[in-house]
Design a protein around this ligand. Structure first.
Ligand SMILES: [Zn+2]
Length: 404
C-alpha cells in the first residue's frame, strides 16, 4: 500500500490515506452503513475527546493501558476515545426511557485512538484507525441475545459479500467485561492472534480460550492445528456491565425502573481494508475485494503515434460510451492516458494496482476493430469481446467475489 501510493506514513502508527485508499475506505463504509441500516441501526457521532470522569465511573480508566490521555487549559482530564461504551451509556442515561423504545441500536464510524507500544503492519496496528462501533440496548437478556444474533448474522453477510475467507470464533472478553463474545478473523501469516483448529470437531478457537490442550467445544484433548489471524471484528454481550454504573435505566410496563441490557459491536474499518489486501495479494500485485476496489475498470489506449493509435480514438469513444450505460460503473472508469508509455508497461502497472477489469486497445484492434481485449484480473481470464459482449461480461462479473 505504501509502494503504490495508496497511503503514506506521517509518523509511526499514523497514516495519510491517499486518493485510492480513501475511495476504497469510503466504499467499505457505505457497505457497513447499508448493513447497519438494514437491521435498524441508527448512525450517530460521539466525541473523540472523552471526559476522563466517564471512564472513572466505569472503572476502566486504570484497566486500559493504551489510552491517549490529555488535559485542557483548565486542567480537565480527557482521553482520546478508543471505544465508546461509557459515552453511549451516559447518553442513554440522560433520556426518559420507556420499555416501548427498545431495542435501540446506535452506531458511528469514526477515528479511534490507541497508544500502541509498537505500532506495526501499517493500518493493521496503528495509533489512529477507523472503526465502526455499534451499541445496542434492550429491556431484558432474552431480547438482548436476539439483538446480538441479528447483528452477528449481519456481520456474516458483510464478510461473505466482501469475499475474503474469514473465521467467526468464540471470543475473549478481555477488559470489555460481559458474558458472550465473538471474534471475526482473516487468516494471515502476519496475524498476531494464534488460532487453533480442533482436530476432532474442526472448531476454530482463539488460543487464549484453550487451556491444557482441551477443546472447549467437544472436550477433545491433544494437539491442535495452528494458524494465525488478524482480528477484524469483535462483538460482545455486555449485560449491565456499563448500564449499572451509569444508572442507564428504563421504565418497565409496571412503572418500575430497571437497568438496560447492552451489547457492543466493533468492525475495524481500516483494518478490514489492510487485512483483506494482505490476505488476497501477492508480493508483486495488489488484489482487492471486488466491492471495495478503488476503481472497477482501467482502460489502456495505445501509445501515442503508434499504428494502433490511428484507429483507436473511435474505439475508445465507443467503449467509454458503452460502459457509461452501466449504472454501477458511474465514476468507476479510469483511462490511463499516459500515452508516452507503452501498453505493456501500463498494463503491468494496472495489474499491480489490482484494477478488477483492464481493457487494452492494442494489437487486437488492428486485426479486428470490433473486438476489445479484456483482462478479468481477479479470475485471471483474458478474452476478446465485442462491445456488447464486453458490457454484458463486466455487468455480470462486477460483484463476483474474489477467488482464493
Ligand atoms: Zn473440538
Amino acid at each position: 500500500m505504501l509502494e503504490l501510493g495508496i497511503m503514506r506514513q506521517s509518523s509511526p502508527g499514523c497514516f495519510n490515506l491517499l486518493p485510492l485508499g480513501i475511495r476504497a475506505l469510503e466504499k467499505l463504509i457505505r457497505i457497513v452503513d447499508e448493513g447497519m441500516d438494514s437491521i435498524g441501526g441508527q448512525k450517530v457521532e460521539f466525541p473523540s475527546l472523552i471526559n476522563q470522569k466517564l471512564w472513572s465511573t466505569s472503572g476502566r480508566i486504570n484497566e486500559v493501558t493504551e489510552l491517549f490521555k490529555l488535559k485542557d487549559r483548565h486542567g480537565q482530564n480527557y482521553i482520546l476515545g478508543p471505544t465508546h461504551e461509557e459515552i453511549a451509556s451516559d447518553l442513554l442515561s440522560q433520556c426518559q426511557n420507556s420499555y416501548k423504545h427498545f431495542p435501540l441500536m446506535i452506531y458511528q464510524i469514526t477515528n479511534k485512538f490507541r497508544d500502541e507500544l509498537r505500532p506495526k503492519l501499517g493500518l493493521i496496528r496503528s495509533k489512529q484507525f477507523t472503526m465502526k462501533d455499534m451499541y445496542s440496548f434492550d429491556i431484558d437478556q432474552e431480547s438482548a441475545i436476539k439483538t446480538y444474533e441479528t447483528v452477528t448474522e449481519k456481520y456474516d453477510t458483510i464478510f461473505k459479500n466482501l469475499g475474503v475467507k474469514y473465521h467467526r470464533i468464540r471470543g475473549f472478553s478481555g477488559t470489555m467485561g460481559g458474558t458472550l463474545s465473538h471474534e471475526y478473523h482473516y487468516e494471515a501469516e502476519v496475524g498476531e492472534d494464534v488460532l487453533l483448529k480442533c482436530i476432532k470437531c474442526k472448531d476454530i478457537l482463539n488460543s487464549e480460550l484453550v487451556q491444557d490442550k482441551t477443546c472447549p467445544q467437544c472436550g477433545e484433548i491433544g494437539d491442535m492445528d495452528q494458524t494465525k489471524g488478524i482480528e477484524v471484528g469483535h462483538t460482545f454481550l455486555l449485560g449491565d456491565r456499563y448500564t449499572k454504573p451509569f444508572s442507564c435505566n428504563f421504565t418497565d410496563k409496571s412503572g418500575k425502573s430497571k437497568n438496560l441490557q447492552m451489547g457492543c459491536y466493533g468492525l475495524g474499518i481500516t483494518r478490514i481494508l489492510a487485512a483483506s489486501i494482505e490476505t488476497l495479494s501477492t508480493d508483486e500485485e495488489i488484489r482487492w475485494p471486488r466491492l471495495i476496489a478503488p476503481y472497477s475498470v482501467l482502460i489502456i489506449p495505445p501509445k501515442a503515434k503508434s499504428k494502433e493509435d490511428l484507429i483507436a480514438t473511435e474505439s475508445l469513444e465507443q467503449l467509454c460510451h458503452s460502459l457509461n450505460q452501466i449504472p454501477e460503473l458511474k465514476g468507476e472508469i479510469v483511462v490511463d492516458d499516459r500515452t508516452d508509455m507503452t501498453i505493456g508497461r501500463r498494463n503491468m502497472q494496472g495489474k499491480r494496482f489490482g484494477y478488477p477489469f483492464i481493457i487494452v486497445l492494442g494489437k487486437r484492434i488492428m486485426e479486428d476493430p470490433a473486438l476489445y481485449e479484456l483482462h478479468d484480473i481477479n479470475s485471471g481470464v483474458q478474452v476478446d469481446l465485442t462491445l456488447q459482449d464486453l458490457a454484458v461480461y463486466i455487468n455480470k462479473h462486477l460483484n463476483d467475489n474474489n477467488v482464493q
